[in-house]
Write a new protein. Structure first.
Length: 152
């Protein structure tokens, strides 16, 4: 019984350690995450919150040289990183996070007439501000199938 309790404790400690380093959000590596523990240092260095694609969490050094534009279109090298400038959250004076992703991500959104919301949590149709099922972009393909219209 004692061996079982020790093994159970070790498993829970290992699971907690893994949960602290894993990105919180969609399981797709192409999806955007804003609250991964790895982003704390990058956000402090930039002076404001930063969101990135899950697959970029191990290579945050590439953010230092990434261009920042108002509306990324995905033009150029698909493997290059482009950051979207901070935007006002709808109906407030608060600015959303700077969001960095590969040009291939921005190109997928642009081709389908979609944009990332100012808070970087939702994929919307260009020109909309509400997350309603008919207005959300629910067909953007990620590496693990269709990306969810909302990220966590």
């Amino acid at each position: 019984m004692m061996k079982f309790a020790v093994a159970a404790c070790a498993f829970l400690i290992a699971a907690a350690a893994q949960a602290q380093t894993a990105p919180i959000g969609a399981a797709d590596p192409e999806a955007i995450t804003c609250n991964a523990p790895q982003l704390v240092a990058a956000s402090k260095a930039r002076g404001w919150p930063v969101c990135v694609q899950n697959q970029m969490l191990d290579g945050l050094a590439s953010l230092a040289s990434a261009p920042v534009v108002d509306r990324p279109s995905g033009e150029g090298d698909p493997a290059a990183v482009t950051c979207r400038a901070r935007q006002n959250l709808t109906g407030t004076r608060i600015m959303g996070p700077e969001t960095c992703a590969l040009n291939s991500f921005w190109a997928k959104l642009a081709v389908d007439g979609c944009v990332l919301s100012p808070g970087s949590r939702t994929i919307l149709r260009l020109g909309t501000t509400k997350v309603l099922r008919p207005l959300a972009c629910t067909h953007i393909q990620g590496r693990n199938g269709t990306m969810p219209p909302s990220f966590f």
